[in-house]
Ligand binder design. Structure first.
Ligand SMILES: C[S@@+](CC[C@H](N)C(=O)[O-])C[C@H]1O[C@@H](n2cnc3c(N)ncnc32)[C@H](O)[C@@H]1O
Ligand code: SF4
Length: 383
């Protein structure tokens, strides 16, 4: 396998101090201490098993996601990075990102993470308003989050933070002020997510009971447009539907997903895409942390799903992921993956509606006005 093809490794840490009422990520609260050395052994075993199936790769990006990876000891991160380096080569300038919750306790570990090899941190700030943070069930204040951002700035070469907008009662005016303040604190990258009501979360129950009102479609659209205008005016254009960066400062790991490259998923509930023997494998591991541990200890890996994607599935996934990017997709790569060209009639129809455009170098991308209806555009093209 060629060393210059991107290859990402995603490592999932499935624990949090408390469960935020909007979140449906694979995250769990445990009252007993977590046996980190036992998890390290299991992560190392799963890395070895994955490398045996996909040998010879050069790792270009690593992402510790969660859950709350900033609850891990720096020595745990170092041991996992060592295991990755034992089984695959590391590219020069490998990007190593860690998701962190912005509390003062976690910020005290930042130097340890840096020493372990983390060179980029992504902080879950979520809001710069204490009332909104409390309503989101967060354990930190805006001040504490900004202090964590300031520490991240001094410790890591690169940092980003997440905000959630289209929150209950949020007006475009309030959001514009909050976003401008956030940009003042951001260096090169911001992730800006519209609040989604995820099924089976406490927010979904409150919403269904009429006790949690979120902005209606028109307001959400205004908030989205405001986001694009303010970020672009400050040199942080969207390179993906929810991600903004100065040119060159994009999260290279997430680009691996969106550009349909290869990645290994390590840890409870992690997904992977591996090209083995000419077939594209979609993998997933057991979600429940303790069951995953036992499975890895018994079998050497936590895999519960390993499906070969059909050409149609590969083409659909390529559209779904690639059209989220401002750079769009290469229609030739779609044809190579799916075995059929995109339908020119559908393309011209979507172009007439102003949702899709072809760039001078022949790429196909969703327009500013197409992004708010991205799902419909993808469904139309994939049909
Ligand atoms: C795995 S989570 C967060 C990492 C870290 N545990 C934290 O909370 O700071 C990644 C990001 O997804 C976003 N997110 C999670 N649930 C969301 C939802 N229902 N709607 C919008 N954004 C959400 C948040 O911005 C969060 O920071
Ligand atoms: S948003 Fe972050 S801290 Fe909150 S439950 Fe989800 S993963 Fe955990």
């Amino acid at each position: 396998m060629s060393g210059d093809k991107p290859f990402g490794v995603y490592v999932h840490w499935p624990f949090c101090l408390s469960k935020c009422p909007y979140c449906d990520f694979n995250s769990h609260v445990r009252h007993a201490p977590i046996d980190e050395p036992r998890f390290v052994r299991a992560f190392a075993a799963e890395i070895a098993a994955t490398a045996q199936r996909a040998p010879g790769r050069t790792v270009s990006t690593i992402f510790f996601g969660g859950g709350t990876p900033s609850l891990m000891q720096p020595s745990t991160i170092a041991a996992i990075l060592d295991a990755i380096a034992r089984h695959w080569s590391m590219a020069d300038g490998v990007e190593v990102t860690l998701e962190a919750n912005p509390t003062s306790v976690e910020a005290t570990r930042f130097r340890g993470y840096r020493a372990a090899g983390v060179n980029r941190v992504s902080l879950g700030v979520q809001a710069l308003d204490d009332g909104a943070l409390a309503a989101l069930g967060r354990l930190h204040s805006a001040r504490e989050a900004l202090d964590a951002v300031a520490i991240a700035r001094t410790v890591f070469e690169r940092y980003s933070f997440d905000l959630i907008y289209a929150r209950p009662q949020q007006t475009a005016h309030d959001w514009a002020r909050e976003l401008a303040r956030a940009i003042g604190e951001a260096a090169e990258h911001l992730s800006l997510y519209q609040l989604t009501i995820e099924a089976e979360t406490p927010f979904a129950a409150l919403h269904a009971a009429g006790k949690l009102a979120i902005p209606d479609g028109d307001t959400a659209r205004t908030l989205y447009d405001t986001t694009q205008e303010i970020c672009a005016a400050h040199g942080l254009p969207a390179y993906e539907i929810s991600n903004h960066a100065r040119p060159g400062a994009e999260c290279r790991h997430n680009l691996v997903y969106w550009r349909a490259h290869e990645y290994a998923g390590i840890g409870p509930g992690a997904h992977g895409r591996l090209d083995i023997g000419g077939a594209r494998h979609a993998t997933a591991t057991e979600k429940r942390p303790e069951t995953w541990l036992m499975r890895v200890e018994a079998l050497g890996h936590g895999l519960v799903t390993d499906e070969i994607l059909t050409r149609t599935e590969q083409g659909d996934e390529f559209l779904l992921m690639g059209l989220r990017l401002a750079e769009g997709i290469d229609p030739g790569r779609f044809s190579a993956l799916s075995g059929r060209p995109l339908d020119p009639i559908r393309i011209s129809h979507l172009a007439q509606e102003g949702a899709l455009e072809t760039t001078p170098d022949g790429r196909l991308r969703v327009t500013q006005s197409g992004f708010p209806v991205l799902d419909a555009v993808v469904a139309d093209l994939a049909a």
